[in-house]
Design a binder for this molecule. Sequence first.
Ligand SMILES: Cc1cc2nc3c(=O)[nH]c(=O)nc-3n(C[C@H](O)[C@H](O)[C@H](O)COP(=O)(O)OP(=O)(O)OC[C@H]3O[C@@H](n4cnc5c(N)ncnc54)[C@H](O)[C@@H]3O)c2cc1C
Length: 490
Amino acid sequence: MKALIIGSGIGGMASAIRLAAMGLETHVFEQNAFYGGKINSKSLGGYRFDRGPSVFTEPHLVDELLSLSAISDIDFTYSKLPVSCCYFFDDGSRIVLPTGTSAVAKTLSDELGEDFKHVERRLKRLELNYKAVYAVFIQASLHRVRQWLNRNLLNAIYRIPFYGLFSSMNSINSRAFKNSKTTQIFNRFATYNGSDPSRSPGMFNIIAHLELNVGPFMPKGGMVSISNAIYKKAIELGVQFHFDSRIDEILYSEGMVKGVTAGRQMHECDIIVSNMDVHFTYEKLLPGLKGPQKALKQEKSTSAIVFYWGIRKSFDQLDVHNIFFSKDYEGEFNSIFLNKTLSDDPTVYIHISSKMEKEDAPEGCENWFVMVNAPIDTGQDWKIQKQRLRANVIRKLDKLLNEDVAALIEVEEDLDPLRMEKMYSGKNGSIYGNASNDILSSFYRHPNFAPSLKGLYFSGVTVHPGGGIPLALNSAEIVQRCVKKDFSID
Ligand SMILES: Cc1cc2nc3c(=O)[nH]c(=O)nc-3n(C[C@H](O)[C@H](O)[C@H](O)COP(=O)(O)OP(=O)(O)OC[C@H]3O[C@@H](n4cnc5c(N)ncnc54)[C@H](O)[C@@H]3O)c2cc1C
C-alpha cells in the first residue's frame, strides 16, 4: 500500500514515520524547499533564529517517535529549563517564575501575595484534570467511539465538575487568585492555542500544568533540532521526501481517494494524510467536496507578528522565555478578535535561545525572537501595522529594560500573517486553525479523518486534538490508529 503525506510539518513527518513503520510505502510532498513546516531555522549575520515555535513541552512524545521501529542513533537531547518564564508588568515589576508545583506556588506567594497552599492545590488540580482528559480527549479520536470508550473515561467523567467547562479561563482565574498579575499569568496559556482567555473554556487551564508543574524543555541545538531529528528518523524508515512539490488537487472516485496532482504530475496512492491546514485542504485541493461546515466555519485562531532581532548586548534580567505584559489584557484580545487590529500596548514575548545555545549569537550578543499575537489577515496593510507595532514594542522595551533597544538591533527580519499564509498555507495566517473561543470548540475541531472520503486523513494543529507540538504529534498517532483500523493492518 502507498501513503502520501501533504506537508512536512511536525504532524506530517510524524504521520509519515508512523505509516512507514507499519510497512507502507510513504512519500511526503512539501511545497517548500525545507522540511519541518513552522519548525524551521534561519541565520542572519552571526545569529541563528528558530522561526516558529519556541516553547517545547512533552518531549517524551518526540522520544517515543524516534524509538519506533528500527534501532537508530539519532542524537536528540534536551534539558528542562529551571525558569518557565520571566514576566514583566506595566508597573515596572518583574517576576522570575521557576518550574515545579511548590516552587511556582512559593514564588506567587512571596511576590504576589497568593496563598501558597491554595496555589499548590490549584496546580495539582490542573495536573489531575490534564491526566484525566489526556487518554480520552487528546490521545483518541473524539469521532470514533471505540477509541475513547476505555477505562479512562470513568475518571474523565468523574472529574467533569473540576474542569470549569461552563466558565471562561479568565473568570475561573480571576476568582481563584487574589492578584490580577497571577490571573494574567494563568490567562496567558489561552494564547497557546491562539485563543482569548475571556472566551476560552476553563478546561484549557490545563495547559498551565505542562509549563508550571512540569516546565518547558529546550532541545540541544534549538527548536529546529526537533524537525532535524524527526526528518532523520523518517529517512531511516525509508520515507521519500519531495521538496518544492506543492500538491494542487486530491483525486478521488466513488468515495475513495485515488491520488494527487502536483503540477502536471499525477501520483496514485491508497492513503493520503493532509498536514496542510484543513480549511485549505478542502478549499484548494477538494473544491468539489463539501467539507464539514460546522468545523470549517468556526472563528480562526490568532496569527502573529514576529521580529527577529540580532541584539548587540546581553541582558542579565532576561531569560530564555520572557513576557512583557500589556496593561489591558482584555482590551488587547478585543483588538485582535473583534477589531482585527493590534493594540497600541501589546503583550510582547521574547525568546532568546542564545541564553542556552551560545553559538546562536556572537559573544556578548543575543538572538531575540520578538513575537506579538496578531489578528488573522483580513486585508490589513501589514506594512503599516508592522511599522506601528515595531515602534510600540520598542517604546515598551525601552521603558521596562531601561535601554535604547533600537540602537542595539544589528540584524533584522520579520514575519506577518500574510507571509505566514504564503509560507505555510495557514488560512488567513492563522496559526492553529480554529480558535478555542467556545465551550464546544474541542468538539468542532475537524476529525483526523475525512467523514466523506475513505483514505483521507488529517494531522497537524488545525485538526483534533488541537494546537502546539505535542498535540500535532498526538494527531499523527490518532491517524495511525484510524488507518490501522480502516485498512485492517496489524
Ligand atoms: C510564530 C509561531 C510560534 C509558535 N510557537 C509555538 C510554541 O512555542 N510551541 C508550540 O508547541 N507550538 C507553537 N507554534 C505552533 C507550531 O507551529 C505548531 O505547533 C507546529 O509546528 C505546527 O505543525 P503542523 O504539523 O500543524 O504543520 P505546519 O508546521 O503548519 O506545516 C504544514 C506544512 O504543510 C506544507 N504544505 C501546506 N500546503 C501544502 C501543499 N498544498 N502541498 C505541499 N505542502 C504543503 C507547508 O509548507 C508546511 O511545511 C507556533 C507557531 C508559530 C507560527
